[in-house]
Design a binder for this molecule. Sequence first.
Ligand code: HEM
Length: 514
Amino acid sequence: MIEILLNLQLLAPFFLFLFLFLPLLFFFSSSSFKNKEAVPAKDIVTIPKSYPLIGSYFALKGIGNRRIQWLSDLVQISPAATFTFHRPLGHRQVFTGNPANVEHILKTRFSNYQKGSFVISTLSDFLGTGIFNADGNTWKFQRQVASHEFNTKSIRKFVEQVVDAELSDRLLPIMASAAQQEQTLDFQDILQRFAFDNICKISFGFDAEYLTSSVERSKFAVAYEEATEISSKRFRELFPFWKVKRALNIGSEKRLRMAVREVHEFAKNIVREKKRELKEKETLESVDMLSRFLTSGHSDEDFVTDIVISFILAGKDTTSAALTWFFWLLSKNPRVEKEIVKEIIEKSEAPVYDEVKHMVYTHAALCESMRLYPPVPTDSKEAVDDDVLPDGTVVKKGMLVTYHVYAMGRLESIWGENWAEFKPERWLQKDESGKLKFVGKDYFTYPVFQAGPRMCLGKDMAFMQMQSVVAGILRRFTVVPTVAEGAEPNFVAFLTSQMEGGFPVKIIERETSN
Ligand code: HEM
């Protein structure tokens, strides 16, 4: 009860605001509604006007589910690829696609740009203080412990085995059966389930059996998905109504509480089981992340539970988002698909990482696909103190500064006039012997995996997984979207990007497969 009262007290200014300005909100809201369907063409996009108190609220509201694209258009038309967006109640947020600003935020002045209290408080019911949701020393300690484990040869070997097994025992048979029965699959859903099973095995040695839909086991997956969805939707609210719902334990917040409880209890049981096993045997046979933490002396139950739950979030929808858009782009670019299939046949007979890791063309095609459709399309930091960005943009303490990865992949100043083309060749060069060599971009120009001290820890693991999946699938099948001719799927994003409404496909067995 005290908690409820405290929360209501904190929210009093919002109620006051709503009471005074609700009629105004309604008026503007209904008038902008008429243009709801309007898609801003690049040449008529303008930086939205800002009004006292409401800022540019209605410009954003009228955009509907094209928020990422609209903000991207604004970054593209802004001088130095940076603009300041005015949120209600005088809050301002900087959006930038300028590599010099990105380097400043993510590296040069790293300590001034943190996850911050807005992000951390929004996700803390679910993620606690896990690596994904921590700053300062809490983050630093987890980063040190985790990066040590991510860099061992044995974890790479383990990940390879997990991915290979999930691929050959589950994913490929599902596709073969769909091909035989001429069934339509939601390929995005399949790839998400595949990634979930993999990351659970890697993180804490548990087989979630989400791809095979074992009802009993996938309870954990269902609770995890629900917790992710509701937590990420909290970010969409311009006013934090979720705090009221949480205080009253109603609606989505009630469901979140139940889902989070289920996820935490489940993870804690696994931690306890492993600890018991460790007491009896002194060493653990399994080599998943959790076992590694426990055997290297990190036995605090809350610490390991939080870190493992964060890993699952990091690895769950990122690789699947990348692969969903990758297969979409391949279907529109048969020339690229042909090149990849040629490379697969040349380089690998089995989807084993030792063989697929030398597939430079496939690697380039994956980078190119994530340039246009990044799995994490925007990322925000909170300024600890006043600052000025390299392009002269003024940042005030507490402001959110967002680098717009999706926009950066579309900047003519970085990628040239043909930025809209899907062209893996931009990542390749021939060496003296005529062999193709991969040429990467610097991480601040292509921050798909973030950059600086907080750069993604799972990048290599992700490429390994994606290359194995591409090799395993394309060697045997063609993935054919069943969307209407000329239709473009919509790119939407909560924490990670998604194809709105799923990705319906037919699977065709290749004639050359054996
Ligand atoms: C294509 C796939 C992936 C992409 C594009 C990607 C991208 C990112 C990005 C942008 C961040 C920074 C997020 C932030 O701080 O707000 C991040 C962090 C992280 N990623 Fe990935 N990721 C991918 C796959 C994975 C996988 C498979 C794992 C394995 C567990 C993983 C583990 C992590 C971890 C632990 C962090 C937190 C690092 C820290 O805060 O110090 N990622 N990733």
